[in-house]
Ligand binder design. Structure first.
Ligand code: FMN
Length: 444
């Protein structure tokens, strides 16, 4: 096990050396042209290999529609040059929202999502020309145990989990009939996303939210959604079938936590016997099934950020109350790169988006370019970096390198804002909006 050390690399050689000490030859290429190669997703052209990861902004209206702050964030992404924008977690029902400021799509507010997609595409093509058409994915979610309480109700969970639940009285296990019904809510939300102009919907299966939790619901008793792999993967496979049958022109995809960091039998993706070794057997079968059912793009993530944030997003500064992670952040980055790479090599015909690049700061383009060249992923996904430095792709296009004064420093302040359920963005690089919000939140 490595020790925690914050980012302290002046030269790329130092980064590569540390990676070698950690037992991995980090992909690295000074030639970054591969990041600008066009590609396609299920026949739709994408102008380059930069993907903005889904990032909740906690700035929607009460009715779930995007606000002017949501528009601002996405406009910045579009004008920054990323070819793929993966829109943030959007609840399929009001009750499944993580907070009252999470996006939620419904019949009444669909036209506002349509306006947002149109604006994003227009902003990108005004800046980069008509051939630069941004591929837009909408992430659909049920927040499960992390849903807001509605009228005093308890959050719905897939199973009782002693690693996450203090008191079984405080949670409510979602019933099979509710899950059957929820499948139709996902279908309806997908239909609305299609009519809003999105290219694809993501049935969100990561980070401990409900659908992801079902994958690890070994202890869910007397249920067609728990126990066996067949049952645990039922919700996803049935939703994929339904969406594919009803909205064929819409691409289907998923963001998946390959493992959630919680040992068997309460979590997904760890070997049953040794408990803390990642086991990709089930995820490989799962992905193959989803591809047969129409899955055409996958975004690979890991962990449950509510339980162990350093697995999902390696950082330098811990979120207050989280403590110093038990490993070197680069080890977390390497794990994410290796995981996506392993799966991409199993399924070379389907594009995968990789995660974990923001911690690499000004060196991420060189690692990302090599990852693309070596076909370890088809897209380089950027989360916190997109908040801090949305025009990183543009700077790379025009100058050939990043400005190291503009990079994300993984300070976790965006996560703090999100946790407080206030307008979320980069406190350091977008101070007039989010620095002010952070100050306000500290004084409350
Ligand atoms: C403020 C914040 C909001 C996030 N919202 C989402 C989300 O809506 N959906 C999702 O799948 N991941 C979400 N994530 C995780 C990111 O998409 C990404 O996986 C993570 O930050 C690691 O990538 P990075 O190292 O490039 O930041 C969020 C992360 C942060 C910090």
């Amino acid at each position: 096990m490595s020790h925690f050390e914050p980012f302290d690399f002046k030269q790329s050689e130092e980064l590569l050396k540390t990676s070698e000490h950690l037992g991995y030859k980090l992909p690295f290429s000074k030639d970054i042209s591969s990041l600008f190669e066009r590609t396609d997703i299920n026949g739709t052209e994408v102008p380059n290999r930069f993907a903005v990861h889904p990032m909740e902004g906690c700035d929607a209206y009460q009715n779930g529609a995007p606000s002017k702050w949501t528009h601002r964030r996405y406009q910045r992404y579009a004008e920054g040059g990323s070819g793929l924008i993966w829109f943030e977690a959007t609840a399929v029902t009001n009750e499944s929202r993580s907070n009252p400021r999470q996006l939620s799509i419904n019949n009444e507010n669909m036209r506002f999502f349509k306006a947002l997609v149109n604006e994003v595409r227009a902003a990108a093509s005004n800046r980069f020309g008509r051939s630069h058409r941004v591929y837009c994915v909408l992430q659909l979610t049920h927040s499960g145990r992390y849903s807001q309480s509605v009228l005093g109700s308890k959050p719905k969970v897939a199973q009782f989990n002693p690693f996450l639940d203090g008191n079984p009285e405080e949670i409510q296990i979602i019933r099979d009939e509710e899950l059957d019904h929820l499948q139709d809510d996902f279908l309806e939300a997908a239909r609305l996303a299609f009519h809003s102009g999105f290219d694809a919907v993501d049935i969100k299966c990561c980070h401990g939210y409900l659908i992801n939790e079902l994958l690890g619901a070994f202890n869910r008793k007397n249920s067609q959604y728990g126990g066996s792999f067949e049952n645990r993967s039922r919700f996803m496979t049935e939703v994929f079938q339904k969406v594919d049958a009803n909205t064929q022109a819409l691409d289907l995809c998923s963001r998946i936590s390959v493992f959630d960091g919680i040992p068997y039998p309460y979590g997904f993706g760890f070997a049953k016997k040794t408990s803390l070794d990642i086991d990709m057997t089930e995820i490989t079968v799962f992905l193959r099934r989803l591809m047969i059912l129409g899955g055409s793009l996958f975004n690979i993530s890991a962990g449950n950020p509510h339980a162990k944030p350093h697995i999902s997003r390696p950082y330098d500064r811990a979120f207050p109350g989280t403590g110093i992670p038990e490993e070197h952040p680069l080890e977390g980055v390497i794990r994410l790169i290796k995981t996506a790479s392993h799966l991409q090599s199993q399924f070379p015909e389907v594009p995968f988006v990789g995660t974990g690049y923001s911690w690499l700061r000004q060196f991420f383009p060189y690692v990302g370019a090599a990852v693309i060249q070596q076909k370890k992923a088809a897209f380089i996904g950027l989360g916190r970096s997109s908040l801090a430095y949305p025009d990183a792709p543009l700077d790379l296009m025009e100058k050939g390198h990043l400005d190291k004064n503009k990079v994300c420093i993984t300070c976790s302040r965006c996560s703090e804002l999100m946790k407080k359920r206030v307008k979320t963005g980069c406190v350091m690089q977008d101070p007039f909006v989010y620095g002010a919000e952070y100050k306000k939140s500290k004084n409350e």
